[in-house]
Design a protein around this ligand. Structure first.
Ligand SMILES: Cc1cc2nc3c(=O)[nH]c(=O)nc-3n(C[C@H](O)[C@H](O)[C@H](O)COP(=O)(O)O)c2cc1C
Length: 173
């Protein structure tokens, strides 16, 4: 039976990881919006990845609903290079503890370039930036976020897919 990597990506970071993973495992690759629920049972292994926006993984609600009877591998891609607290926040905001025992979760570092953001989201970002800039005693994570407003970051690197690829291969034996 075959495998598939589904993704939802706004700025291409998740799509890049999904493409590398699909290539390495010889899996199909598909934007989640084009995936038909009827096809779930055609796949032995399903991987889903999406970007994190304001704490929420893109499309995570429909994913968890659609795959309530099929364990999958889920990866989040966000703007931090792998900070433990940020990764735990992503887990807590997006999953119940039972989701995380049923599905396998990974984190892959993406990047941020706030200059590419437009519209209402831009307004929210500017407000948050203002608050952080005037806050005293910033934590290290907050300092990192603040730096991200002026210095675009890009942590995407093929080396980070190794844990996911190894996990899939070791479960096939
Ligand atoms: C408007 C906006 C909000 C974001 N919110 C978060 C966030 O809450 N937490 C986080 O770690 N990263 C956040 N990020 C960073 C994205 O998760 C990061 O750019 C990710 O690589 C996007 O993946 P994609 O291009 O595949 O959609 C945000 C980025 C933007 C532009």
């Amino acid at each position: 039976m075959k495998g598939i990597v589904l993704y939802k990506s706004k700025y291409g970071h998740t799509k890049q990881y999904a493409t590398w993973i699909a290539d390495d495992l010889d899996f199909e690759l598909k934007d989640f919006s084009k995936f038909n629920k009827r096809d779930i049972d055609s796949y032995e292994t399903i991987i889903f990845g999406s970007g994190v926006y304001m704490g929420k993984m893109n499309q995570i609600k429909p994913i968890l609903k659609m795959f309530s009877n099929k364990p999958m591998i889920i990866f989040a891609c966000a703007g931090n290079p792998g900070l433990e607290k940020e990764i735990n926040d992503i887990k807590e905001t997006n999953f119940n503890p039972k989701d995380l025992t049923y599905h396998k979760f990974f984190y892959l570092p993406g990047g941020v370039d706030f200059s590419k953001v437009k519209g209402f989201m831009k307004l929210l970002i500017n407000m948050f930036h203002f608050i952080l800039k005037h806050k005293k005693n910033l934590t290290n994570d907050e300092k990192q976020i603040l730096k991200g407003y002026t210095d675009p970051t890009y942590y995407v690197d093929k080396k980070y897919i190794k844990d996911i690829v190894d996990y899939v291969k070791s479960n096939k034996k």
